[in-house]
Ligand binder design. Structure first.
Ligand SMILES: CC(=O)N[C@H]1[C@@H](OP(=O)(O)OP(=O)(O)OC[C@H]2O[C@@H](n3ccc(=O)[nH]c3=O)[C@H](O)[C@@H]2O)O[C@H](CO)[C@@H](O)[C@@H]1O
Ligand SMILES: C=C(OP(=O)(O)O)C(=O)O
Length: 441
């Protein structure tokens, strides 16, 4: 078990390159199961969740070749469907959220799939109804063994259908799209999620021979085809990392350039950080954030207090709300953070309160932050990271704080942020990895 030890209060400076997008990678890598031909994928982030999915595909029989640090080829020629019943599959498949997205492609290609209830962050209930209701509409049948927490799904004759999704689920949409691309006839998916992750997936599937229209909207039309072929795909930069680095720069008064951000794909994200008063410039495709001592939270036009809430794309992603919250603690002004999607994602504010932040947790979904305008610094403490984004928010808080902080359970952070300690050290951060099982901890 490792922990991060951080000496805070130091300004950082330099350039940082965002990794490839974690949540896109999980969809794209699952999609290689749709063809027996070679698929080459680049800008793959070297992070725990993605590596676990790649390993799982290897166990299923996919030939995986690593061409360079971030580029792999996948060839799903000989898939071993017996592997589903093994204990290895039950433990590995259940250890990450993204594994649920192997179901759609396996159904489309082989007419059967299985999956243990997937893992991922413990940030509230994470139901899978949208996925399975969609599979059912396309003609599949599933059985859920609640004792073993295991799904078995069968589909002998997938038929296109009209699907009004019960919510705009990100992984649910990806799964249903990957099933429908090889179902007979036309599928219409309304209330589809349309995050850049999904747009990237649909574009890749179309390059493989699929016929998907409406990409980027919440109404997708899919004409089923009988076979898909190989392709090449490059992952977008991770928009959640980009948002995290904007927050990091503001909190630590640092001058940071975030390189090659694909700005056009960031949607409303930059605007939300601007509303917190953070200044930055777009230089080519880089975001340059100057060192700024103070930043002032905007009010609404009528003078009322700003609310920042999550909603499905093109709304603000829930994965950046924890970062927005931590950044607001040092701003001038107040903001209400409303986490609508997840019910346990704001509890980490206890740790920020221990560090000296002024936050009132109104209920599990809402927290009011009273920014202290850097009148004093947060103080370093020992804390445990409850989930990936809270973990990074605490890391940002620790880097801005006075004194030493220790963050335990950094495996959560490393699910989604590649070599984060090394990359932060390159900006001048005082962060080191320590063995948390040693007696001094
Ligand atoms: C591997 C992966 O890609 N994970 C992302 C994916 O998870 P995932 O695909 O699991 O999340 P979903 O989009 O299914 O839903 C997330 C939560 O929001 C709720 N919900 C969803 C849609 C909606 O219109 N209303 C609503 O309340 C759901 O009930 C659920 O509690 O999308 C989430 C929402 O952007 C992100 O936090 C996760 O990082
Ligand atoms: C919640 C997240 O991930 P996952 O869905 O993999 O748990 C996230 O990336 O913020």
């Amino acid at each position: 078990m490792n922990a991060f030890e951080i000496i805070g209060g130091k300004k950082l400076k330099g350039e940082i390159q965002p990794q490839g997008a974690k949540n896109e990678a999980l969809q794209i890598i699952s999609a290689v199961l749709l063809t027996d031909q070679k698929v080459t994928i680049s800008n793959i982030p070297d992070i725990k969740d993605v590596n676990k999915l790649i390993e799982l595909l290897g166990d299923l029989g996919v030939t995986v070749e690593r061409l360079s640090k971030d580029t792999y080829t996948f060839e799903a020629k000989n898939i071993n469907l017996e592997f589903f019943q093994s204990d290895v599959f039950k433990s590995k498949g259940g250890s990450l959220r993204g594994s649920i997205m192997i179901v759609g492609p396996l159904l489309a290609r082989f007419g059967k799939a299985a999956i243990p209830k997937p893992g991922g962050d413990k940030i509230g209930r994470r139901r899978l109804d949208t996925h399975f209701l969609g599979f059912e509409k396309l003609g599949a049948k599933f059985v859920y063994d609640s004792k073993k927490e295991f799904f078995n799904v069968d589909a002998t004759n997938l038929q296109g259908a009209y699907i009004l999704m019960d919510e705009a689920s990100v992984t649910g949409t990806a799964n249903i799209v990957m099933t429908a691309v090889m179902a007979k006839g036309t599928t219409t998916i309304y209330n589809a999620a349309c995050e850049p992750y999904l747009q990237q997936l649909c574009k890749m599937l179309n390059r493989m021979g699929a016929k998907i229209s409406g990409v980027g909207s919440n109404l997708l039309t899919i004409e089923g085809v009988t076979k898909l072929g190989g392709t090449e795909h490059r992952m977008l930069p991770d928009m959640i990392e980009i948002g995290s680095f904007i927050g990091l720069a503001a909190m630590t008064e640092s001058e940071i350039t975030i390189k090659n951000v694909c700005y056009a794909e960031l949607g409303i994200i930059p605007e939300v950080f601007r509303k917190l008063g953070i200044k930055f410039e777009l230089r080519g495709d880089d975001i340059f954030i100057p060192s700024q001592k103070h930043y002032v939270i905007e009010s609404f036009i009528d003078g009322s207090m700003l609310t920042i809430a999550d909603s499905p794309w093109p709304g603000f992603t829930p994965d950046l709300l924890s970062i927005v919250l931590v950044v607001a603690t040092q701003a001038k002004g107040s903001v209400l953070i409303h986490q609508k999607m997840f019910e346990s994602r704001l509890f980490f504010v206890d740790k920020l309160i221990d560090m000296g932040a002024q936050i009132i947790l109104c209920d599990p979904h809402r927290a009011t932050v009273n920014g202290i305008n850097k009148q004093y610094k947060l103080r370093g403490i020992s804390m445990t990271s409850p989930d990936i984004r809270a973990g990074v928010s605490l890391l940002i808080a620790a880097l801005s704080a006075e004194g030493t902080s220790t963050i335990f359970n950094i495996e959560q952070i490393e699910r989604g942020y590649q070599d984060i300690d090394t990359r932060l050290r390159a900006l001048g951060a005082q962060i080191k990895r320590v063995d948390a099982s040693s007696p001094s901890h």
